[in-house]
Write a protein that binds this ligand. Structure first.
Ligand code: GDP
Length: 366
């Protein structure tokens, strides 16, 4: 189950955003085997295709894909030196698959900024510096070990040392590990290190509640964050945490109405979920039938039997073939039977790489 950690300086709007996430939260009933800790929020991944399938199959229920956010509070200047919750906080980050860094881009005289002024780039750099320092510590420990291994004649040690030297040079300049150009082989050598600044990252620009519709194009702080993010190849999502927490209080129809009035197509939370989905290289395949229509999350490039394993390990083990029709073909044809007549229902084998929107029926041996 993939997890995105929410980080940021104090008072930038993390808790407000996290509250919106938990309030908008997914049906706990869908996840009976998850114990949910207070700092974990599970959200549904909005997918309009499910509604279409639901109508086509007259299914009893629909189950969207889900996504976990973890609120990682406590990062302050000096965290890598043990300030605040320090190391405990950093260990939390080590466990997540991706990071959403919240940066304050809203003006509000009533809410103090820990650094005294609104300056998102300075804030990002404070956070990234702490993460770089933590990575440096891990790196230096590994370097010392490698010296011993190299002396003992372990051949692989040399190659790893070379990669770590490259990374050290970047960290010395305060650059993140993800900004270092590394080959596949080099990446494989350092995978175990689990560097914090290697995590896929997106920036959440928290803007004022009166500018949600315009901030993405007009708010000058947001533009700066975008410029900064571009240098790392990172994405930026502009939202207003306060507005999101208000939307999360509404029922579905009220929320639609509210968004419409504000001139928005989707909520900030939906934007964030989709951005996180992309960041993690995820995609969705669908299963449909009278009992349930459901979206399943897999990493892009997953082959059919592995995808089947998401549903049940027995289906992966006994995999024979996948019957697949793309969502668009299915909708155009109007029914599975019609799609079958048009030859659009394909039989795919164990090497088939799943595509986003594949409506799938797995055949398997028990
Ligand atoms: P955290 O310390 O990062 O978790 O920040 P909080 O979520 O507690 O937010 C700090 C303060 O900023 C709170 O008083 C929030 O109500 C306020 N805040 C958060 N988002 C917004 C926003 O979009 N606009 C305004 N004006 N205030 C916000």
């Amino acid at each position: 189950n993939l997890e995105v950690g929410i980080v940021g300086l104090p008072n930038v709007g993390k808790s407000t955003l996290f509250n919106a996430i938990t309030k908008a939260g997914a049906e706990a009933a869908n996840y009976p085997f998850c114990t949910i800790e207070p700092n974990v929020g599970i959200v549904d991944v909005p997918d309009q295709r499910l509604q279409v399938l639901h109508e086509m199959y007259n299914s009893k229920k629909t189950t969207p894909a889900a996504f976990r956010f973890v609120d990682i509070a406590g990062l302050v200047k000096g965290a890598s030196q043990g300030e605040g919750l320090g190391n405990k906080f950093l260990e939390h980050i080590r466990q997540v698959d991706a990071v959403a860094q919240v940066v304050r881009c809203f003006e509000d005289g009533d809410i103090t900024h820990v650094e005294g002024s609104i300056d998102p780039i300075r804030d990002i750099e404070i956070i990234n510096t702490e993460l770089c320092l933590a990575d440096m510590e891990v790196l230096e420990r590994r370097m010392q070990k490698l010296v011993k291994l190299a002396k003992a004649g372990v051949k692989e040690a040399k190659a790893e040392q070379a990669v770590l030297e490259k990374i050290k040079a970047a960290l010395d300049e305060g650059r993140t590990v993800r900004s270092v150009d590394l080959t596949e082989d080099e990446l494989a050598l350092i995978k175990e290190m689990n560097f914090l600044t290697m995590k896929p990252t997106l920036y959440v620009a928290n803007v004022g509640e009166d500018e949600v519709a315009t901030a993405d194009a007009e708010n000058p702080y947001v533009q700066k964050v975008k410029e900064y993010a571009a240098t790392e190849g990172a994405e930026v999502v502009a939202i207003s945490a306060r507005v999101e927490s208000e939307i999360a209080e509404l029922d579905e129809d009220e929320a639609k109405e509210f968004l419409h009035e504000m001139g928005l197509e989707q909520s900030g939370l939906e934007k964030l979920i989709h951005a996180a989905f992309d960041l993690l290289g995820l995609m969705t395949f669908l299963t449909a039938g009278p009992d349930e229509c459901r979206a399943w999350t897999i990493v892009k490039g997953t082959v059919a039997p592995k995808a089947a394993g998401k549903i049940h390990s027995d289906i992966e083990r006994g995999f024979i073939r996948a019957e697949i029709v793309s969502f668009d073909d299915l909708v155009a044809a109007g029914s599975t039977a019609a799609a079958r007549e048009k030859g659009q229902v394909r039989l795919e084998g164990k090497d088939y790489v799943m595509q986003d929107g594949d409506v799938t029926y797995f055949r398997f041996n028990v």
